[in-house]
Write a protein that binds this ligand. Structure first.
Ligand code: GUN
Ligand code: ZN
Length: 451
């Protein structure tokens, strides 16, 4: 079955942190994207693409909208959906008071199943088509997540959290049982359809040296899998790591020593990092997930774009919500907060840079840019349609946008999940708003045949 969507398309082909925006953004005002068997099979101006469409191709046309690659959330905790906006103090108190309590409920598979359903529904409503997801220590919370993700045919990364100390007794296990369970889950889920596995040590303080050793080993034994964790989010946490691993030279060195850096490893936050640590991230191809709403909510600190995007040693960075410390599923809201965080350190994030961080930049951080994150022939057809008239104020403000750059900036400043008019996963429309349906069209050949 072939399907096509028509409208204005925005996607990226280069990194706007290091190249002029007009060399990075691809914009086609009246474009057509053709999708077959989950992939994009043609994209270009409608004039060019229309004549070659097969007679049975259904076309949906979206006016007053931008069609983009689906957003990618580089770091998020699905079991924390129920604690978003829990009023706490900073990281360690918040973890002890809310997070560990909530995560213990995921021993129950039916509880986890319902949470995974709600979480993925919210992702699709927010236009997020892929995410790198922390589950809990319970293997069943990973199974239920992947089952729901596979049913939707989403390309998601997820993994079982590993902890063997400094957490409630109900959430810790031995290094051996964590290793064995991870191995089984990798065999069950990594590469099953679009599902990808991430070995998931929560963070250095909740793993003993023995567990860190086995975690690095299980990741190295399974090439192609991911590794996700947290790094230098909060100053108290950084000091704690110093006490827990006195023989190591700083937080990042703990992960380096235990073989947990390299392509397909991604760390949330990275706020309190030294120059040498940024260089190490660059040299090893390790990525950072920037989580601005979480960093503001927990008062963790301000991500430093000047350092991360140093052209002499750039680090791969993707945008992330980090729910439930993060306060919104929407990557538009997250971009808005990323802009403000950057402003606080004198870095003015452009709209192109912000959208890049949630699409192609995120895909590059996750080494998935050959599959998702942009709109091009051969890429998986994960697409979103953003409505430029989604709310009265967006509609009003957009009248005064002089160019695409301004329209994108307004969208990230005023937009949220209400701006998402439709979400496509592997070419299938899985979410759309009733209030703003598209106009349906038929391919010229079919329209002629029915005359
Ligand atoms: N560090 C360790 N665990 C967590 C978590 O669940 N959320 C955040 N924001 N930081 C963490
Ligand atoms: Zn996190």
């Amino acid at each position: 079955m072939t399907a096509a969507i028509r409208g204005s398309v925005v996607t990226f082909k280069k990194n706007p942190f290091f190249n002029p925006a007009d060399e990075c953004i691809v914009y086609e005002q009246d474009a057509m994207i053709v999708m077959q068997d989950g992939l994009i099979t043609a994209v270009g101006s409608a004039d060019q693409v229309l004549p070659d469409l097969s007679a049975d191709c259904r076309i949906e046309r979206y006016d007053h909208a931008l069609i983009m690659p689906g957003f990618i959330d580089c770091h998020v905790h699905y079991p924390q959906t129920e604690i978003i906006g829990a009023c706490g103090k900073q990281l360690i108190d918040w973890l002890n008071k809310y997070t560990f309590t909530a995560e213990q409920k995921f021993r129950d598979a039916s509880y986890a199943r319902e949470a995974a359903r709600v979480f993925l529904r919210e992702c699709l409503r927010a236009g997020t088509t892929s995410a790198s997801v922390f589950c809990t220590v319970f293997a069943q919370s990973v199974d239920t997540f992947f089952e729901a993700s596979a049913r939707l045919n989403m390309r998601n990364i997820a993994g079982k959290v590993l902890m063997d100390r400094n957490a409630p007794i109900g959430l810790i296990e031995t290094p051996r049982s964590g290793y064995d369970a991870t191995k089984k889950l990798i065999e069950r889920w990594h590469g099953c359809g679009r599902q990808l596995y991430a070995v998931t040590p929560r963070f250095a303080p909740t793993s003993s040296p023995e567990q860190m050793e086995m975690t690095g080993a299980v990741w190295q034994e399974h090439p192609g899998t991911y590794l996700q964790s947290h790094l230098s989010e909060n100053t108290e946490e950084v000091e704690w790591v110093g006490r827990a691993y006195p023989e190591r030279h700083g937080y990042l060195d703990v992960y380096a020593y235990y073989g947990q850096l390299g392509p397909r490893s991604i760390y949330g936050h990275g706020i309190h990092l030294s120059d040498a640590e940024f260089r190490k991230l660059h040299d090893t191809g390790t990525a950072l997930a920037h989580c601005p709403t979480s960093n503001l909510f927990l008062g963790s600190g301000l991500f430093d774009f000047h350092h991360a995007m140093n052209s002499a040693r750039p680090v791969r960075v993707g945008l992330a919500t980090d729910l439930g410390a993060g306060t919104s599923f929407s990557q538009l809201v997250t971009m808005n907060e990323a802009y403000k965080v950057a402003q606080m350190s004198g870095y003015s994030l452009s709209a192109a840079q912000a959208f890049y961080l949630a699409t192609l930049g995120a895909a590059q951080a996750l080494y998935l840019d050959d599959k998702v994150g942009s709109i091009a022939v051969g890429k998986e057809a994960d697409l979103i349609v953003l409505d430029l008239k989604a709310t009265p104020i967006l509609e009003y403000r957009m009248q005064y946008a002089d160019d695409l750059d301004e329209a994108l900036f307004i969208l990230m400043t005023l937009g949220d999940d209400r701006a998402v008019r439709a979400t496509f996963i592997a070419g299938e429309k899985v979410y759309w708003t009733e209030s703003a349906p598209c106009t349906e069209q038929f391919a010229p050949a079919l329209a002629e045949a029915s005359l």
